[in-house]
Design a binder for this molecule. Structure first.
Ligand code: C2E
Ligand code: MG
Ligand code: MG
Length: 702
């Protein structure tokens, strides 16, 4: 029996993701069904042919029933085939379908197996042979066609062959028995070959499935590789772009940096220029000049040359500033700087030292040569200078110092030129003066004082003396003036007239002044008479330093002295330089109950005009007026007294040295006296005894 033309075994469509076993089951089912139609057709043809051929020999009715059953089974199988055909392409359960197919095929096999059992007894030997040949053929081809399902193939062979062979052996003669035996042997061979066919068929299917999976995996991998490659190339493109961008950015940044560096260099240059030059005139400033001069001196030393330093100060510049304004003042300074630079050789160094002072260094050894340069500079400045619409002539005073004759270091040399200039001013401005070696001694002394003063406080060389101020009315001591004393280890007592200006110039006054305040308050707090005040001299420099109020408060707080017992002595100069800053400070101190005394009145500046505007309680008439009054009359003192009265201020006379002076001043209306007639300044320890001795009105009246 044949199953028609061989076709390529169809492989069921299935998702690759299924396991190999599931796919294999579907392949096996598909293979069974692909041969199914031919199987059904051959079964129908063979069964009809056999029944047609053998029915005339008897049991026609039984055979018809058998055929009807067989046809029924084939119809059911055909329906099953049609169903599976219709479901093709859809996913299906392979094992279930194999089971479905097996049921139909097994039913066919059972019908075939029943035929010899039911009908062999009624048919002739030839008929039996024909049936045997038919079932042998059909079971022969079944090993291939049913190979996908080994149990089904085995069942089919066995069910078809064994009953027929058994019936042939049981019923027939020798030939038929032989045929039956052959049939059994055939059955055994077919059972074996069914296994082989099954293994090779299913193996091929498995191989194909695995191949397919491998191919699918390879394709997936290829797709993944391609995708990765695409991503890679995108990334490469992006990389190339960013690389390009980076290169551009680096180039831009490099250009920017170069620009920044240039700007910074320019800035550094400008800074260096600013740091080294005077912004107003464009000349060198102090620092630069000093270091240039140092270099010049070192070179001069090596080459045995000489250097002249000229200290030039414009005369009456303050007046120009005050009268014509700062703007004109600035223009005058700029014009002066131009004139000086034009007059000097290129090797000369010229600087603005500050204010209206200029410094010049030239390689010039002789006094005459330097004097000649000074003369030339003064002459050039005396030429009319065009300042805006005005034309002005400048006068200058010049001090000259020579290296190495007058000084050996740049600082000393500048100081020497300064001293010479100062001397020239003192002698009457508008001239040049060479440094006088005699001045050097004064300078050295001053320098020594400066140095000594720095250590004076630490070495406890400073002390206070107290001079009483007494009331004119009853002679009672109303206050003591604290006067600073410096006992120098070698020179003995140094007057404050000498060292206070040095302390002011060297910036030591603030510290010293603070100490005096504290010391004076501390002493006063210990005096037996609580009505006696203490007066303390205050320097302009201390006020301008800005901490006077705090220092006063600290001194009062520490000593426990009442503010009403502290008086401060200031000079008129306090209000000349910085009236705006000084006045509020004293207003604030007065508000705390501290009295303000105007010291040395009449010596400095004729400030009668604005005396009324100053925060002053007491005017102290300077000793010089008292001395001269005894000689020349008291008119000036009377004038001062009338102004003071008009302004509601008290008056104290300083330097009262005689009883006549006292009596005269008292009769004119002076309220208090201070002077040697009453007492010289005394050490602090003597104050209490002095008060005991002289403090009573009875003693004072004597
Ligand atoms: P001053 O404030 O006018 O002080 C008065 C000066 O005149 C004192 O000189 C005093 O000894 C002196 N004197 C007083 N009565 C007579 C007299 O009858 N005849 C003569 N010939 N002299 C008399 P001293 O102590 O040498 O002080 C001089 C100046 O030093 C003071 O003048 C004051 O301006 C300043 N001074 C003193 N101590 C200090 C201080 O602690 N701080 C500040 N900033 N200046 C002070
Ligand atoms: Mg004084
Ligand atoms: Mg005085």
């Amino acid at each position: 029996m044949g199953f028609g033309r061989r076709r390529a075994v169809p492989v069921a469509d299935a998702p690759v993701a299924d396991s190999v076993e599931q796919a294999l089951a579907r392949d096996r089912a598909a293979m069974l069904y692909s041969y199914g139609r031919a199987g059904v057709a051959i079964t129908v043809v063979a069964s009809c042919g056999l029944v047609a051929m053998l029915a005339p020999y008897g049991s026609a009715r039984g055979m018809s029933l058998w055929l009807a059953g067989m046809i029924g089974v084939q119809l059911v199988r055909a329906g099953d085939l049609w169903l599976s055909h219709r479901e093709r392409g859809r996913d299906f359960d392979g094992l279930a379908r194999i089971r479905r197919f097996s049921v139909g095929t097994a039913a066919s096999a059972l019908f075939w197996g029943a035929f010899p059992l039911l009908f062999f007894a009624h048919v002739p030997a030839a008929g039996r042979m024909a049936v045997a040949v038919t079932v042998a053929a059909m079971s022969g081809s079944s090993t291939t066609v049913l190979a996908p399902c080994l149990p089904l193939a085995r069942f089919y062979c066995t069910t078809l062959l064994v009953p027929a062979a058994a019936m042939l052996i049981a019923l027939g003669g020798r030939e038929e028995s032989l045929l039956g035996v052959l049939g059994l042997a055939d059955c055994v061979v077919l059972l074996v070959s069914a296994r082989t066919a099954h293994l090779s068929g299913v193996g091929a299917l498995r191989l194909s499935r695995e191949n397919e999976r491998l191919v699918a995996r390879a394709e997936t991998q290829q797709r993944e590789t391609e995708a990765a490659y695409r991503e890679l190339s995108v990334a490469q493109t992006a990389l190339a772009e960013s690389h390009h961008w980076l290169e551009t950015r680096v180039a831009e940044r490099t250009a920017e940096l170069a620009q920044e560096v240039r700007a910074r260099e320019r800035y550094a240059d400008a800074l260096a220029r600013l740091a080294s030059t005077d912004p107003l005139t464009g000349l060198m400033n102090r620092t630069t000049f000093t270091s240039r001069l140092a270099r010049m001196l070192a070179e001069a030393e090596r080459a045995a040359l000489q250097v002249a330093v000229l200290f030039l100060d414009l005369d009456n510049f303050k007046q120009i500033n005050d009268v014509r304004g700062h703007e004109t003042g600035d223009r005058v300074l700029q014009a002066a700087a131009r004139v000086l630079s034009a007059q000097l050789p290129p090797s000369a160094e010229v600087a603005r030292w500050g204010g209206d002072e200029f410094l010049i260094a030239v390689n010039e050894g002789s006094g005459e040569g330097a004097g000649e340069i000074a003369r030339r500079l003064r002459a050039a400045l005396a030429e009319p200078l065009e300042i805006g619409a005005d034309s002005m002539r400048m006068e200058a005073t010049i001090g000259v110092a020579l290296f190495p004759k007058d000084a050996r270091t740049q600082d000393e040399l500048i100081r020497a030129a300064d001293v010479a200039m100062y001397e020239a001013k003192r002698e009457g401005k508008g001239r040049a003066k060479l440094f006088d070696p005699a001045l050097a001694r004064a300078m050295a002394e001053r320098y020594a004082l400066e140095q000594g003063l720095r250590q004076a406080m630490a070495r406890e060389e400073l002390s206070l003396a107290f001079q009483p101020i007494v009331a004119a009315r009853d002679g009672r001591c109303s206050a003591f003036e604290a006067l600073l004393r410096w006992r120098h280890p070698r020179r003995g007592m140094i007057s404050p007239v000498h060292f206070i200006p040095i302390a002011e110039q060297t910036g030591q006054i603030e510290e010293i002044s603070r100490w005096v305040l504290q010391e004076a308050c501390r002493e006063a707090a210990g005096w037996p008479d609580p009505a006696v005040a203490v007066t303390v001299n205050i320097s302009v420099a201390h006020v301008l330093a800005g901490a006077l109020i705090a220092d006063v408060e600290a001194a009062l707080a520490r000593s426990g002295l009442a503010a009403s017992r502290l008086q401060l002595e200031i000079t008129e100069s306090m209000f000349l330089g910085d009236h705006v800053r000084a006045a509020p400070v004293f207003e604030a101190l007065r508000a705390r109950g501290i009295r303000i005394l105007l010291d040395d009145f009449g010596t400095g500046y004729s400030s009668l005009a604005y005396l009324g505007q100053l925060p002053i309680d007491v005017i102290k008439i300077d000793r010089s007026f008292v001395v001269s009054a005894s000689r020349d009359g008291y008119a000036t003192i009377e004038a001062i007294l009338s102004i003071a009265r008009a302004l509601g201020m008290e008056v104290t006379a300083e330097g009262v040295a005689t009883a006549e002076q006292r009596d005269r001043l008292r009769s004119l209306g002076v309220q208090r006296f201070q002077g040697y007639f009453f007492s010289e300044p005394m050490p602090a320890v003597e104050v209490a005894a002095w008060l005991d001795r002289t403090g009573s009105p009875a003693v004072a009246a004597a």
